[in-house]
Design a protein around this ligand. Structure first.
Ligand code: G3P
Length: 221
C-alpha cells in the first residue's frame, strides 16, 4: 500500500520525506489555509520536495471554472494531481481533464455509488473519507471494502486513496482490505511507528547493556 501524507506543512513533509516512506502528498483548502501562506507558492515548495503525486484542489462551483483553475495548477509540476469535489459539475470537469491527460482525484466521496461514477468519469483516484463517516456513527471501512470490490469487479484502474484517516487502525484496515493508498496526517504516521512494548524493550536492552559494561569494568583483569 502506498502512503501519502495528508498535510500542506513543509516541516512535516520534510520529516516524512527524510523517513523515505512517503509516496505522495494530499492537500486541500483547509490544510493550505492552516499554513496561512499564498497557496500556489506553498504548493510550489511542496512539489519541489516530493517525487510522487502532489494533490491540489480546485474550489470553483462549475465545470468550466474547475477546468480553468486546474490548468495552471497542473503546470506547476508533472506530478500534480487535481482534486475535484464530488458533484455533478465535478464529474464533468473530471471527464474533460482526463481527455486532456490531466490526472484527477475525486474527493469528498462518502458512498460507493459516488466512487463508481467518479471512476467511470475517468478519475485517476477517488478519496473516500473514512473518519468523517465514523464521526456520524457510520462505518468508513465498510465503504472502502465496497469500493475495492466494485473496482475489482470491473477492473477499474482508478486508485483508492483512503482519506480522513484518524488513527493507526484505519491505516491497518485499509491495508488488509487492499486499498491502493492511505493518506495519513503526520501525527498518525508517527503513531504507526510506535508501540509501548517496543519502547519498553529498547529501554530494558539499553539498561542490561549498561549493566554488563559496568560489571566488566569493575571485574579484575
Ligand atoms: O485529505 C482530506 C481528508 O483527509 C480530510 O480529513 O480529518 O479533515 O476529515 P479530515
Amino acid at each position: 500500500m502506498k502512503i501519502f501524507l495528508d498535510t500542506a506543512n513543509i516541516t512535516e513533509i520534510k520529516r516524512a520525506v527524510e523517513l523515505g516512506l512517503i509516496d505522495g502528498v494530499t492537500t486541500n483548502p483547509t490544510l493550505l489555509s492552516k499554513e496561512g501562506r499564498e497557496p500556489v507558492s506553498q504548493l510550489r515548495e511542496i512539489i519541489k520536495l516530493v517525487h510522487g503525486p502532489v494533490n491540489a484542489e480546485v474550489v470553483s462551483p462549475d465545470a468550466d471554472d474547475m477546468v480553468k483553475d486546474a490548468k495552471p495548477l497542473s503546470k506547476l509540476g508533472k506530478n500534480v494531481v487535481i482534486k475535484i469535489p464530488m458533484c455533478e459539475q465535478g464529474l464533468i470537469a473530471v471527464r474533460r481533464l482526463a481527455e486532456q491527460g490531466i490526472k484527477t482525484n475525486v474527493t469528498l466521496i462518502f458512498s460507493s455509488s459516488q466512487a463508481l461514477l467518479a471512476a467511470k468519469a475517468g478519475a485517476s483516484y477517488v478519496s473516500p473519507f473514512v473518519g468523517r463517516i465514523d464521526d456520524i456513527s457510520g462505518n468508513g471501512m465498510e465503504l472502502i471494502q465496497e469500493i475495492v470490490t466494485i473496482f475489482d469487479n470491473y477492473l477499474f484502474k482508478t486508485e483508492i486513496i483512503v482519506a480522513s484517516i484518524r488513527h493507526p487502525v484505519h491505516f491497518v484496515q485499509s491495508a488488509m482490505i487492499g486499498a491502493h493508498i492511505a493518506t495519513v496526517p503526520f501525527n498518525v504516521l508517527e503513531r504507526l511507528m510506535k508501540h509501548p512494548l517496543t519502547d519498553r524493550g529498547i529501554d530494558a536492552f539499553n539498561k542490561d547493556w549498561e549493566k554488563l559494561k559496568n560489571a566488566l569494568k569493575s571485574k579484575p583483569h
